[in-house]
Design a protein around this ligand. Structure first.
Ligand SMILES: Cc1ncc(COP(=O)(O)O)c(C=O)c1O
Length: 455
């Protein structure tokens, strides 16, 4: 059994610890200063209580606070231990990587700003009805049209509201349904900001395998059997792999979900307006679910708007969490989104954008295949390319004038890779980019073999 020898939790520089909040803050400071190794246990509750002269209940509350902040995790067997703090825990994961002059940025995951509809004429043409304190969260016209569109796509949308984007909706659904420490199944590889969020909120991420048809049936089965209370799946344009849930896979997943009533299933459909393939929704069978449709990719991340449908309880909890804070989601933005949806010129512009995204992705995949690198990227803005060693691949590409994202931010137990955002990569540069990737990948393969990090 592990014997805890550390003389104190670096409390000597924080002598006035009287409450759980003080204690949590003192320990948090030690963790952030690097006084604990990843995985290192905190002292057993009773031992620390004695050491600092507080009750065991106060120490237990402090540990709960640390779990909620995503700094530690607990279970009955191991007690409480320090999580691995990635540099993103200190600097937000979503900050863009700085792009050196002369380098092509394929790292951001962003849509091509040149392909976003211009909101200004739409704003000028609005018969604007401003929201006032006490207004509903959702603008009635926007939510009615959203529900109509969701139903048309087979999503149960009797209850629906709006949130400040997909991630905001996911965070609120998790927080209002789970307890700190609960397990949340996430796609692996998957969306970096989501993995980060789940850890920060103090849940335990359970990696769930993905293939081009979506989260694998076995993977989902195993995650739910391992006790995941919630699962987040991506409908299409999965980030980073481009997977899209096929009709067959949706049927299998629905069958698995029907065996787990009460588990929260969240489906993220973030490429609204750019849908390259039909939607095959998986939400519903557990009775507890949320379906989020974000406008970020087609209409622009700055709209900060997602439609959230779900069962009555999930939607009610979501709405009360918005009401308790911001009160409502900007009705100006919702009316703008409605106007953009209803403008046939915008729809054709988005159809053209969607086809360009497909061409850009396909051009890179074809050039990679010609160089012996076979990758599937069925939909979306990115191509995910397995490599032997990520750091070597990223720096070799940078030396050749290409900035790509290292895969580490997007994965838990799956193998090393790089993510190349093709959204703004003009097709006439695909060959050049593929050559650089092939060379970098060769360098990374030998490094991976020597360091044993391949596979
Ligand atoms: C998988 C996935 N879902 C959703 C989003 C958009 O989320 P939001 O609406 O919070 O901007 C992104 C953005 O990168 C994403 O990659």
């Amino acid at each position: 059994m592990y014997c805890y020898n550390r003389p104190s939790v670096a409390l000597q520089d924080y002598p006035t610890v009287r409450t759980a909040a003080d204690l949590a803050e003192a320990i948090e400071r030690s963790i952030r200063q690097g006084s604990f190794a990843a995985g290192e246990p905190l002292p057993p509750i009773r031992q620390l209580a004695e050491q600092v002269g507080l009750s065991a209940g106060t120490v237990a509350s402090a540990y709960r606070v640390l779990n909620t902040r995503g700094l530690t995790a607990s279970d009955r067997r191991r007690g409480t231990w320090v999580r691995e703090l990635r540099k993103e825990d200190l600097a937000p994961v979503r900050q863009a990587i700085p792009v050196p002059a002369g380098v092509v940025d394929c790292s951001s995951g962003n849509p091509d700003p040149r392909l976003l509809p211009d909101p200004v004429p739409a704003v000028a043409g609005l018969a604007y009805e401003p929201a006032m304190y006490g207004s509903p969260v959702a603008h009635p016209g926007f939510i009615a049209e959203s529900r109509r569109r969701l139903k048309r796509d087979g999503v149960p949308a009797e209850h629906a509201t709006v949130t400040f984007g997909a991630l905001d909706g996911i965070a609120r659904m998790l927080a209002s349904n789970l307890a700190p420490g609960d397990r949340v199944a996430l796609e692996d590889p998957g969306w970096a900001a989501l993995i980060d969020l789940v850890e920060r909120l103090g849940y335990t991420a359970v990696p769930t395998a993905v293939d081009p048809e979506g989260p694998t049936t076995d993977g989902v089965w195993q995650s739910l059997a391992a006790g995941a209370k919630a699962i987040v799946v991506t409908a299409r344009a999965q980030n980073p792999t481009g997977a899209a849930i096929s009709k067959r896979r949706a049927g299998e997943l629905r069958e698995v979900f029907s065996r787990y009533p009460g588990r929260l299933v969240i489906e993220d459909d973030h490429a609204c307006g750019l849908a390259e393939v039909a939607l095959h929704p998986v939400v519903g069978p557990t009775g507890r679910y949320g379906f989020l449709r974000s406008l970020a990719k087609g209409y622009g991340p700055d709209l900060r708007l997602a439609v959230a449908a779900g069962d009555a309880t999930t939607v009610a909890r979501l709405e009360s969490s918005v009401i308790a804070g911001a009160g409502w989601v900007s009705h100006l933005v919702q009316q703008l989104a409605l106007a953009l949806w209803q403008d046939p010129a915008v729809s054709s512009q988005l159809a053209a954008a969607s086809s360009l995204y497909r061409q850009r992705r396909a051009a890179l995949c074809a050039e990679l295949a010609a160089r012996g690198i076979d990758v599937a990227a069925p939909t979306g803005l990115n191509v995910w390319i397995p490599v032997g060693d990520e750091a070597t691949a990223v720096s070799a590409l940078l030396a050749r004038g290409w900035l790509v994202a290292p895969g580490g931010r997007f994965r838990m137990v799956s193998g090393p890779a790089i993510r190349v955002t093709t959204a703004a990569l003009d097709t006439d540069r695909a060959a050049e980019c593929a050559t650089a990737i092939a060379e970098a990948s060769a360098a990374a393969a030998s490094k991976g073999r020597h360091s044993g990090s391949g596979g």
